[in-house]
Design a protein around this ligand. Structure first.
Ligand SMILES: [Zn+2]
Length: 72
C-alpha cells in the first residue's frame, strides 16, 4: 500500500487537456476587453475622445499616470 503511493502515476494530477479551439473565443473576448480598457485608460482624452466631457478621463486618471501615459 505504501509502495503504490510512491509510484509516479499516483502523483500526476488528473487534468483534462483543453484544446485551443475551446480557448480561442474566450481569448478573443478577453483581448477585446483589454483593448477597450487600454483605450479608455490611455487614449480617452482630447482629439481621440469618443465620449464627450472629462468624466471617463477623470475616473481613469490615476491608472493613466500609473501606466505612464502622457497626460498633463
Ligand atoms: Zn494626469
Amino acid at each position: 500500500m505504501a509502495s503504490s503511493a510512491l509510484t509516479p502515476s499516483a502523483t500526476v494530477p488528473d487534468v483534462t487537456p483543453v484544446s485551443l479551439k475551446e480557448i480561442a473565443p474566450w481569448a478573443v473576448l478577453v483581448g477585446l476587453l483589454l483593448l477597450a480598457l487600454l483605450y479608455f485608460v490611455g487614449a480617452e482624452q482630447g482629439a481621440t475622445s469618443l465620449i464627450s466631457g472629462e468624466n471617463v478621463h477623470e475616473w481613469l486618471h490615476d491608472g493613466r499616470h500609473l501606466l505612464g501615459f502622457p497626460c498633463h
